[in-house]
Design a protein around this ligand. Structure first.
Ligand code: C2E
Ligand code: MG
Ligand code: MG
Ligand code: MG
Length: 284
């Protein structure tokens, strides 16, 4: 009895694994097709300077627009793309598209806004990030000072020397770097010490309950002070309310990004938003 249960259990497990493997394969070939058929799009989320109240940049966030019209969130396909390695061509596409679009905004009369692009740890393992970034800048004509690259802990955790070397080389060209989701990592403080970055991006988990949670108040204050002591700018992500904006301004936080100022939106909507803002500023 016990024996046959065990065998059934094994068989069920194998069937489950098989199903999973097949689902992964399907997603994989779907994603390859998405890249080839240009089904990926970038949305842009405004980043606002608290001193001027103006939009100073945007984070480029990838979405997958399926042919049935569905918009798939990066959380639902990037993890798998990281496993299969498809993240490398996807990231390269994102970088080139973001640089190309941002360069076209200035030709359309917009101010020289910054564009922030997320990097993946796999890229540092599998390609020459420095060359890929320089190629994207060259091909698009975007001024290098307008490109910011967002780094996460998984990048900063491994192969420190090689990553530092790439960052320094790109910084020499004027590219800037931020540490994304700052404060959530295993050793956020050592990242600040070991990596040449320009900006800290306070994770939205510290912003969410900022008004009620005195621990979060203390942590946000500490990150802003840490950043400023080290000559780094500080931006907060996930800002959803006027009260959070007021709090962050009072703490001296430099910039904010979040639903309060705008959800990630198609490039055309972002351009409209910047134009409307310019009109308001002129008539004020
Ligand atoms: P992230 O870099 O921390 O990106 C910010 C995420 O927070 C975005 O989710 C954005 O929609 C969301 N968000 C922004 N403001 C608010 C807010 O006020 N409230 C709440 N609740 N959420 C807010 P999204 O676009 O789903 O992206 C999720 C993650 O996917 C990103 O986290 C980023 O790590 C990754 N990602 C997106 N695009 C790319 C990409 O092109 N390359 C790589 N490597 N990763 C990407
Ligand atoms: Mg990011
Ligand atoms: Mg975050
Ligand atoms: Mg983030």
């Amino acid at each position: 009895r016990a024996k046959s249960d065990g065998r059934d259990g094994t068989r069920a497990f194998a069937a489950e694994m098989d199903k999973k493997a097949r689902a992964i394969t399907v997603l994989d070939s779907d994603m390859r097709r998405a890249l080839a058929k240009k089904e990926l799009v970038l949305h842009y989320q405004p980043q606002v300077n608290l001193a001027s109240g103006r939009i100073v940049g945007a984070e480029a966030l990838v979405r997958w627009r399926k042919d049935n019209g569905d918009l798939v969130s990066p959380a639902d396909f990037l993890p798998q793309a990281e496993e299969s390695g498809l993240i490398v061509p996807i990231s390269e596409w994102v970088l080139n598209e973001a640089c190309r679009e941002a360069a076209s905004w200035t030709r359309d009369g917009l101010p020289p806004l910054r564009v922030a692009v997320n990097l993946s740890a796999i890229q540092f393992r599998k390609q020459n990030v420095e060359q890929v970034v320089l190629d994207a800048l060259g091909a698009s004509g975007l001024e290098s000072g307008r490109l910011e690259l967002e780094l996460t802990e998984t990048i900063l955790l491994h192969d420190t020397e090689r990553v530092v070397h790439s960052l320094r080389a790109l910084q020499a060209h004027g590219v800037t770097f931020s540490i994304d989701d700052f404060g959530t990592g295993y050793s956020s403080l050592s990242y600040v010490r070991n990596f040449p970055v320009n900006r800290l991006k306070i994770d939205r988990s510290f912003i969410r309950n900022l008004r009620e949670d005195s621990n979060d108040v203390a942590i946000v204050r500490a990150i802003v002070n840490l950043g400023h002591s080290l000559n780094l700018d500080v931006i907060a992500e996930g800002v959803e309310t006027a009260a959070q904006v007021g709090h962050l301004r009072a703490e001296g936080c430099d910039e904010v990004q979040g639903f309060y100022f705008g959800r990630p939106m198609p490039a055309a909507d972002f351009i409209d938003l910047v134009r409307r803002e310019a009109v308001v500023a002129q008539s004020a």
